[in-house]
Write a protein of this length. Structure first.
Ligand code: GS8
Length: 206
């Protein structure tokens, strides 16, 4: 039986974008269902009874929730093509650590920049991005030569870097040039450029 894969998503969700990139990297065909988060569908409420959030991957009728867990699930189920996590247990743990760091520091940092006066939060965010720059080092991607889990965890937030300027008087371009160069490298990949939120549409919401 062919796999039936459905993604419940909202177009501008950085978490949903992670899953779209993972599916594109693996070349998996799926149905994309856009959710209105102000009026969630009965399917969403049934498939994520705990958090009631997108993204949700439905694989042959069974739901998987939480973007990083979904990405790891995709990597384990479709393991033949484009591995997203290293096979070595230590390197896998490192990749999970940095993906988790993105959630704790970049995601939450972005929220703080947008909801507080921005200055202090902006500084913290830059510090986190600098730590990520250190981890990236001279490698093209976080895992080395190949695009992987840490890259796809962070790249959806690139769309919001421009808005950081507006909120916190920040220039990530000046402070973290390596991250910007890395982001531009990622954007050259079709799996990334096709999955990111529409920039014009995003700008019109700011
Ligand atoms: C976050 C998902 C999330 O915040 C993940 O998947 O990694 N930790 C989760 N989803 C938001 C949309 S993106 O901002 C959502 O579904 N919000 C609906 C709500 O809170 O009611």
């Amino acid at each position: 039986m062919a796999d039936k894969v459905t993604l419940l998503n909202a177009w501008r969700s950085p978490f949903g974008i992670r899953v779209k990139i993972a599916l594109a990297e693996k070349g998996i065909e799926y149905e994309h269902k856009e959710e209105n988060l102000q009026d969630k569908s009965p399917l969403l409420l049934k498939m994520n009874t705990v958090h009631k959030k997108i993204p949700i991957l439905i694989h042959n009728g069974k739901p998987i929730c939480e973007s990083l867990i979904i990405v790891q699930y995709i990597d384990e189920v479709w393991k033949e093509t484009s591995p997203l996590l290293p096979s070595d247990p230590y390197l896998r743990a490192q990749a999970r650590f940095w993906a988790d760091f993105v959630d704790k520091k970049v995601r939450d940092g972005r929220r703080k920049v947008m909801t507080t006066d921005g200055k202090e939060a902006g500084k913290e965010l830059i510090e986190s991005l600098k730590l990520l720059e250190g981890e990236l080092g001279e490698k093209p991607y976080f895992g080395g030569e190949k695009f992987g889990c840490v890259d796809l965890s962070l790249i959806p937030f690139y769309s919001f870097f421009n808005s950081f300027k507006t909120y916190g008087n920040l220039s990530i371009e000046a402070e973290c040039p390596k991250i910007i160069a890395w982001a531009k490298r990622c954007l050259q990949k079709e799996s990334v450029s096709k999955s990111l939120a529409d920039q014009q549409k995003l700008k019109s919401l700011l």
